[in-house]
Design a protein around this ligand. Sequence first.
Ligand SMILES: Nc1ncnc2c1ncn2[C@@H]1O[C@H](COP(=O)(O)OP(=O)(O)OP(=O)(O)O)[C@@H](O)[C@H]1O
Length: 502
Amino acid sequence: MPPIASLPTAKLPLDAEGIHALAARSMFELFSSISEGMFLIDRSGRIVWVNDSYQRFLPALGLGSVQDFVGHMVEEAIPGTQMRRVLETGQPELIDLLTNRAGTFVVSRIPLRDEAGSVIGAIGIVFFDHPETTLRPLISKFAQMQRDLDDARRELAAQRNRSLAAPATGERRAKYTFASFIGSSPAAAEVKRQARRAAQSSSPVLLLGETGTGKELLAHAIHAASSRAGGPFVSVNIAAIPDTLLEAEFFGVAPGAYTGADRRGRDGKFKLADGGTLFLDEIGDMPASLQAKLLRALQEGEAEPLGSNRLVPFDVRVLAATSRDLAALVREGRFREDLFYRLHVLPIRVPPLRERRSDIPALVEALCEDLALRGGDAPPELLPGALALLAGQPWRGNIRELRNVLEQAAMRSDSQSLDAEQLARVLREAGVEPAAPLEPLEARTDTGDEQWLRPLAVQVAELERRAIATALRTHGGNKLASARTLGISRAKLYERLENPDR
Ligand SMILES: Nc1ncnc2c1ncn2[C@@H]1O[C@H](COP(=O)(O)OP(=O)(O)OP(=O)(O)O)[C@@H](O)[C@H]1O
């Protein structure tokens, strides 16, 4: 190896201008080679340049050629882009996630300035075009935050509409009402009826059902319809908190009990929910060591913060939920029987989606609207066959899974419409072999005479169910108004709802 001194000397510029130009060129070339694509916009937001690698995104953006991209305003060409914000603020956005119909991308936006420092344009860089594989944890966190943000926005809008007298509880409020629980099938109507009844009571409610069936949504709705609606709604997901931290989470920490961040003490969830509702999600995961203390707190209405020997009184209504077979856990000795009976005062079974397939069209519509609200695009539309495919699936993850499938399919679709094959692909990628399509009840069209050639009682019951569900939906669940529309007494309506298959 030759001595370093004898290596040919690179011609490094020594003046400031030369160094600056070299650094700028090198950075540009670096970004250009490591990125998935770059483009430039001018001061007005018009795209003025695009590199070769970016051009492969054009079909996914619905653009036929470079001429449809260059020369156009950036928002026209790239839905959801935030490039204009960089022009307006002059601040670079070194890393951000952008989701639109072409997919989800990790992007960078850098302002371009003239000699005098004024912003004269901006450069957009796509770093990863498949972040769902490379950056999955970041993406799911982003998606969750986005959902929380949507919930907050929706709640804010609903509040404005309702012109509520300001409740005293700050942000700890119910995110959903009964109107958010989509579904008019007999099973959905029944669960809403029970939950509405539970809202009138102050006893503990136990929501039982598979994951993703809407237990948390119903807990919010029960609180919002209860006399405690003006108080806080506090939720604890027991499965998500390490056992060692649960006690402090529930009961709080007395000042001085710990050193460090908790030195000053901290309120527990019982205290935070004072005057309102405490939702104990995944109660079946409650460690045995804490079950006795929880039971005592529920019986006495007092909690003892960690490191304290003082009891703090609270006034809390408890709602609990679990996707596990709590009775079996009791039989196995893993859940205290006395705690089970304390919580099992008003049990509500939330049915899985496959037991209310006729709700799928309405759910799909509502979920698509919701996705559109988030993505800033028009809601995705399902082509013939797509709904039938969705109606046939077992939906082990229930409405959460349905939502994810629609979201994934919409994100990957080049157009606004989704066909059965696209949805099947998303299911397969999630490890689910698609089941045979099934015409959902509401989508079934009358094709011939066969439909009339069934027992009359079955047909009449089906017709009644549909009429009742439609009336309830139209009147936002108001039974008196629905009964009036249908020309029956309220008692008769209740009777039909309680016994839809009579
Ligand atoms: N009937 C419904 N109408 C509209 N959206 C629903 C309905 N039920 C559930 N969802 C939506 O499905 C998702 C899952 O619901 P939720 O978190 O309430 O389920 P869960 O039963 O509490 O699930 P887990 O047991 O996993 O906590 C949420 O995004 C919720 O808004």
